[in-house]
Design a protein around this ligand. Structure first.
Ligand SMILES: C[S@@+](CC[C@H](N)C(=O)[O-])C[C@H]1O[C@@H](n2cnc3c(N)ncnc32)[C@H](O)[C@@H]1O
Ligand SMILES: [Zn+2]
Length: 394
């Protein structure tokens, strides 16, 4: 077979997982959206997570088709085909002609000519076509910035009982730093809090669940991660109004006091209280965001006992999943110990000691996967502050 011509810009060969990939040469600079085709080595962990989660979700069966409509140079879909152990065929698309060209080169290089179809097409067109012609068991939405404009078609293209993985890198909007963007892009009212990474995960999960419920689909997060420049949520997709309603009902609001850090969940804006019940200062509202569980415990266990767990390629991703397995994921907030210590006018104690002490006095508590110096707890902030003070002074 004749080799495909290389593109008219510098390229290099990289190895990621078991894949050999021809990608644009970026020199000293990081991958940017200005490149003729996109490959970001910093997103390896995001791709590792996709391989691991898809492998465990479909273990014991097969995923007959995985679709990646924003595939760049094909690193993710190629690795899903080579490493997940459960995907038989793939469909990749990209709007960029050069990304598609490199994806074709990489397909051939990795011996996937028969198993991977590649389309030079807009993601929404590709997904709409899939929705009509035959859905995929797994759909992966991995855009620059916000996935908002691809999610509805992403769900339409996902097989019932299938899986959708979505990532976002517009963390300023999702974590409450760019409040205007959160509002116009996602319809969310967010504020920056000391648990902004938790907010970003739950804002994306909630937006996805609301998008699915409009289509009478029940989407449920089965693994959710905040890591460096991205947040990523994997959602199981089920058909039916009852399921859609059930999931949508867990998309709720938080009431947060920025003065004493008091925070609670309300189901509806009508339950809003203007003043903090602890310190009397004005409350702020956050939402609507996902307030249900972020992970499926069985899936997490399956991952941790799979072959991927002992393979060093996935070391960083497995570290995250181990941390997730210890996290209380039904508490939709956390406390940064630096912030609590500042209020207690003391230095921050070790997270482990705070978690142990909170449990000792009868509260639920855990660490988080996204911040080694944060705790999740149902204890009120004044109790937490007292414990922090005691731990440092004893
Ligand atoms: C973040 S990159 C994808 C990286 C890839 N998923 C990976 O893991 O290596 C986003 C890609 O979306 C492509 N893109 C942007 N807008 C698009 C659209 N409307 N339809 C299809 N592809 C698009 C870009 O060309 C780029 O390759
Ligand atoms: Zn307060």
């Amino acid at each position: 077979m004749e080799a495909a011509p290389l593109p008219p810009f510098p390229v290099k060969m990289v190895r990621e997982g078991v894949a050999e990939l021809v990608v644009p040469e970026t020199g000293e600079t990081q991958a940017t959206t200005k490149l003729p085709a996109f490959y970001n080595p910093l997103s390896k962990v995001s791709r590792d997570l996709a391989v691991i989660v898809v492998g465990a979700y479909f273990s014991g069966g097969t995923c007959s088709l995985a679709a990646e409509p924003l595939a760049g140079t094909g690193a993710r879909i190629i690795r899903l085909l080579l490493e997940s152990g459960s995907v038989s065929e793939g469909l990749a698309g990209d709007i960029s002609e050069w990304a598609v060209r490199l994806c074709e080169i990489n397909r051939r290089r990795n011996g996937l000519t028969e198993r991977l179809r590649i389309e030079h097409l807009d993601a929404n067109l590709l997904l709409s076509r899939l929705a009509v012609e035959g859905r995929a068991c797994y759909v992966d939405i991995d855009p620059f910035g916000s996935p908002a404009r691809f999610l509805e078609n992403g769900f339409r293209a996902t097989e019932r009982r299938g899986l959708l993985g979505v990532s976002a890198t517009d963390l300023a909007a999702l974590s409450g730093s760019s409040r205007r963007t959160a509002y116009w892009k996602y319809g969310l009212t967010l504020v920056k809090t000391n648990f902004y990474r938790e907010t970003a995960i739950r804002a994306l999960a909630g937006f996805a669940v609301m998008t699915a419920s409009r289509l009478s689909l029940g989407a449920e997060p089965i693994l959710s991660v905040a890591y460096r420049h991205f947040v990523r949520v994997f959602l199981r997709v089920e058909r039916g109004k009852r399921r859609a309603h059930h999931a949508r009902a867990l998309v709720r609001y938080l009431i947060h006091c920025q003065y004493c850090l008091n925070v609670s969940v309300i189901s509806n804006v009508t339950e809003w209280r203007e003043k903090c019940s602890i310190c009397g200062n004005p409350n702020t509202i956050i939402g609507p965001i996902w307030t249900g569980a972020l992970h499926d415990k069985n899936l997490v266990e399956r991952i941790l006992s799979s072959g991927h767990a002992s393979d060093p390629t996935y070391g960083e991703a497995i570290k995250i999943i181990k941390a997730i397995s210890e996290e209380l994921d039904d508490i939709p907030w956390s406390f940064q110990l630096s912030e609590v210590s500042r209020r207690a006018r003391t230095s921050p104690p070790k997270t482990k000691h705070v978690v142990e002490k909170l449990r000792e006095v009868g509260y639920r508590a855990s660490s988080t996967h996204y911040d080694p110096a944060a705790v999740k707890t149902d204890a009120p902030p004044d109790v937490l502050t007292k414990i922090v003070k005691e731990l440092v002074h004893n």
